[in-house]
Design a protein around this ligand. Structure first.
Ligand code: BMP
Length: 214
């Protein structure tokens, strides 16, 4: 089986349930994405616990001054996270501080978003990508439910793109992959499913078909 291109967002506040779902998904995911709900409900050590099961992407959408950003990134790195998500609109120095504090941990910057009302950020994706390039990010977050934005972003970069907005927000994994996403991020459609593993397998199959993989 080729490696999964699915990143599962565990936006829940029950630590044991999160670990149970992560275990059940096993190799059927590329990574588990952890956001504030899970960390605030327990402690940051949940990052380390899930990092023993899967790659972890810390979706902290960092948007502060360089010093504070560095402290957050270093914490995630020390817990064993594989990647971290940062905003880029706070400017070059702020984003660069995340990259520098991250060491081997991969930094993904948000250059467009999936929700209604994201026009301010989405209308500035070119500037945000320029800042991100200069800061040395590893990849981008771009919406999988706004295909024309995603395609434009893909045309400007060869870097890894992770795309949310799939399922509950209306996007389709296959369309996002065809528009240039390397990975799709899916939350509710998996963790709210009665059978998260079956839901993940169905999305993996859809992606494999779209990407014409064996
Ligand atoms: P869901 O599939 O339940 O809509 O979850 C999507 C996940 O991706 C959430 O964790 C959300 O915070 C994140 N996300 C998003 O939905 N849109 C963006 O533009 C950026 C995100 O990180």
């Amino acid at each position: 089986m080729s490696e999964s291109r699915l990143v599962v967002a565990l936006d829940i506040t029950d630590r044991e349930r999160a670990i149970r779902i992560a275990r059940s998904l096993g190799k059927n995911v590329f990574a588990i994405k952890i956001n504030w709900p899970l960390v605030l409900a327990g402690s940051g050590s949940v990052i380390g616990d899930i990092a023993k099961i899967s790659r972890v992407v810390c979706d902290f959408k960092i948007a502060d001054i360089p010093n504070t950003n560095s402290i957050i990134a270093r914490f995630a790195r020390d817990q064993g996270a594989w990647g971290i998500i940062s905003h880029s609109f706070t400017g070059l120095e702020s984003l660069r501080s995340v990259v520098e504090a991250s060491g081997d941990m991969k930094v993904f910057s948000v250059v467009a978003m999936s929700h209604p009302g994201a026009d301010l950020i989405n209308g500035n994706y070119e500037r945000l990508m320029d800042i991100s390039e200069r800061a040395g990010v590893y990849g981008y977050i771009a919406p999988g439910n706004r295909l024309s934005d995603l395609s434009k972003i893909r045309k400007r970069t060869m870097k890894m793109i992770m795309s949310p907005g799939i399922g509950s927000q209306g996007g389709k994994a296959a369309d996002a992959i065809k528009a240039g996403a390397d990975l799709v991020i899916v939350g509710r459609s998996i963790y709210e499913s009665a059978d998260p593993l079956a839901a993940a397998e169905a999305i993996n199959a859809e992606i494999a078909k779209a990407a014409d993989l064996p």
